[in-house]
Design a protein around this ligand. Structure first.
Ligand code: MG
Length: 398
């Protein structure tokens, strides 16, 4: 029997803000951009009774909770704490699969003789995260991934839910369909009128019936899971940690040059966050949301890790060039596949390292310092746009 843990930090970004500024503790803290059109990245538990949720438009959040304290996100800080949380996970097993900065699956099946069963390990991890980092996590323990994920969510915050061996299907049966991974509000709207409201219904209804509502692949997937069958392995090394910046514009952008300027600004913010966290990235992702709310996202893998504005901007601009034209509501850049920046991590430089990115990184340090001194505005950015920097590190298509 496998022992799978799903660990999820409670109100992670908001909790980090409360940790760093104790005067915020117990107050309705909402992490997100100040613009009315930006969305809530995280809400503290004190904000939730007002109906504030993550991914909600900030304007709506502030209507529901006018006294909310809006804190701008500090991704580099969250990435730093995330790395420490993941370091705790790795004390118990190398089989750690990150889903985001604050959430991971762990397969601790082979860790039993050293550390105890899944429930014992989950409790130890929660205690370490609280004791060493001052943060609260919820945990779910089950024999498969999707059930562990459901379990971790059932008693948030500070939850620990164990689904005992051999009881998975009974445990799941009474749960409402909205708890199913992959069933969103729209699918639920189709299932409920058809009399399918619980996991038991999903498990017992005919596949043909389910197929008319969810399509063939969806029906099979959902029914298999509802019956408590999920053989998917925990895939380590997929630590979905990224450092990003995005902006929802007060007015949609149509002009190409305006988009590039916003992109440059975002690239600068990502570079600054990477720099502060001592990280470099080999993956760059561009996110474009259009006026009709359709979303396009593209990723590239770079030949060498970068952490500088120009490199990130060039990669993002190349992807924007290939994205469909249209009125743009949001642009976002994130940098992933992160590694410690050589100099910052070890104080030495690799002998075999291409010197160009290194030089550029040093240049970047100067640029960032200048930027800070002048309030983050700058002629440096404008001049970078003119292309007076060598354009190395061109992205390759993935
Ligand atoms: Mg979380």
């Amino acid at each position: 029997m496998r022992q799978i843990l799903h660990i999820d930090m409670d109100a992670f970004y908001a909790s980090v803000e409360e940790l760093d500024d104790p005067s915020l503790r117990g107050l309705p803290v909402v992490v997100g951009g100040k613009s009315k059109r930006s969305v809530v990245a995280a809400a503290s538990y004190a904000a939730r009774p007002f109906g504030v949720r993550s991914a909600m438009p900030m304007g709506e959040a502030l209507r529901r909770c006018p006294q909310a304290i809006v804190v701008p996100p500090r991704m580099a800080r969250y990435a730093e704490i995330s790395a420490r949380v993941f370091a705790v996970f790795h004390r118990f097993t190398p089989l750690v699969e990150g889903l985001s900065l604050d959430e991971a699956f762990l397969d601790v099946t082979g860790s039993g003789s050293l550390f105890g069963d899944g429930a014992t390990i989950a409790r130890k991890i929660k205690d370490m995260i609280r004791g060493e980092l001052g943060l609260i996590a919820s945990a779910g323990v089950a024999s498969c991934k999707f059930a562990a994920k459901i379990a971790s969510d059932l008693e948030k915050p500070d939850g620990l839910v164990v689904i005992p061996e051999g009881t998975l299907r009974e445990f799941l049966a009474p749960l409402p369909i909205e708890r199913m991974w992959g069933i969103g509000p729209r699918a639920a709207e189709r299932l409920r009128p058809a009399g399918l409201t619980t996991f038991r219904d999903l498990a017992e209804t005919s596949l043909d019936h389910l197929e008319t509502l969810l399509g063939r692949a969806g029906a099979l997937h959902v029914q298999t899971l509802a019956r408590g069958v999920d053989d998917r392995p925990v895939v380590p090394g997929r630590e979905a940690v990224s450092v990003g910046a995005e902006e929802t514009f007060e007015e949609d952008l149509v002009d190409r040059r305006a988009m590039e300027l916003r992109l440059l600004d975002l690239a600068g913010r990502v570079a600054k966050r990477l720099h502060k966290a001592g990280l470099e990235a080999t993956g760059v992702t561009l996110k474009v949301k259009y006026a009709d709310f359709s979303l396009k996202s593209r990723s590239t893998t770079l030949p060498a890790p970068i952490a500088d504005t120009t490199g990130i901007f060039n990669a993002a601009k190349a992807m924007l060039d290939r994205a469909p034209k249209g009125r743009v509501r949001l642009l976002g850049i994130s940098a992933g596949t992160l590694t410690p920046a050589d100099g910052a991590a070890t104080g030495t430089l690799s002998l075999f390292r291409d010197e160009t990115p290194e030089k550029r990184r040093r240049l970047e340090e100067v640029v960032l310092k200048v930027g800070d001194r002048f309030g983050g505005l700058g002629l440096t950015r404008a001049s970078l746009l003119e292309g007076d920097e060598p354009t190395r590190g061109r992205p390759t298509r993935r």
